[in-house]
Write a protein that binds this ligand. Structure first.
Ligand SMILES: C[S@@+](CC[C@H](N)C(=O)[O-])C[C@H]1O[C@@H](n2cnc3c(N)ncnc32)[C@H](O)[C@@H]1O
Length: 245
């Protein structure tokens, strides 16, 4: 692990060069290792990340990109880097020696992602960890879906929050997406409720009778997790009449 990242995680503090502040808003060590595993697996040449903060997830991504030993361009966006985060995320990246990999935009995702689309960019990996409202994450997924190549992966942090979970469930209604991997939460596997759901799913025309979220809980879909990655498995050719319900 890069010594700058190790130091940040061990001391749980970051600095702007003058004042130290407590580390906050970052992904955990376990999530970072999960993220690095995806990057080593997918080997993206171009990737995007929403939400730099103090730069912990970006450092994990850069570590894995360097380990891949391939040319890589990682595009990061965050409108509050120089204000709320006092440019500490960017400072950490420079200190870790990763500036050459990073293209940073101090812009909100809702402006930057459409711009990247208009430029004709395509990516093999995207991390969503910005503003966590449902409509924000839905807009981000909309543009990431257009950027992502078939075979590419989109990962969502805080996937156990209802707002993010709703977007993930929506994405999984697209024929073009399937669960790639998930960092699972604590859980005991099949419960009595799970047995009942399995029985309900065996009813003739069950999907017309019961609500989809009653038939399939997060556990059944493989998204009972704090961090979920979806893979794009086909071109997204949905017609304007397509309706998942
Ligand atoms: C949870 S923090 C990201 C932490 C980072 N991924 C890490 O592991 O250290 C969320 C970040 O999203 C940023 N953010 C908020 N609104 C945003 C937007 N509209 N577009 C992009 N980033 C946004 C915030 O400034 C903040 O840095």
């Amino acid at each position: 692990m890069n010594p700058v990242l190790e130091h940040i995680l061990t001391t749980r503090s970051v600095s702007d060069g003058q004042v130290a502040v407590p580390l906050a808003d970052n992904i955990s060590r376990e999530e970072g290792e999960f993220l690095a595993k995806i990057i080593r697996d997918v080997k993206p040449r171009t990737s995007v990340e929403i939400g730099l903060g103090y730069g912990v997830s970006t450092l994990y991504i850069c570590d894995a990109l360097v380990a891949n030993g391939l040319p890589a361009r990682h595009i990061v966006m965050d409108p509050f880097q120089s204000t709320r985060y006092r440019s500490i995320g960017l400072r950490n990246i420079t200190q870790a020696g990763y500036s050459r990999l990073i293209e940073f935009h101090e812009e909100p995702s809702e402006f930057q992602l459409p711009r990247l689309n208009a430029e004709g960019l395509s990516v093999e990996f995207a991390l969503v960890d910005g503003w966590h409202s449902f409509d924000q994450v839905m807009v981000e997924f909309y543009y990431i879906n257009r950027l992502l190549r078939v075979g590419g992966v989109v990962a969502f942090d805080d996937a156990n929050r209802r707002n993010i979970n709703r977007v993930i469930r929506h994405a999984l209604t697209y024929p073009a997406y399937e669960v790639y991997d998930a960092r699972r939460g604590q859980g005991s596997g099949l419960t009595w409720a799970g047995v009942v759901r399995q029985a309900m799913r065996r009813f003739p025309r069950a999907e017309q009778i019961f609500r989809e979220d009653l038939l399939y809980r997060d556990w059944d879909l493989g998204v009972f997790a704090t961090f979920v990655a979806l893979r794009k498995v086909a071109e997204d050719n949905l017609s304007e009449r397509w309706d998942p319900t």
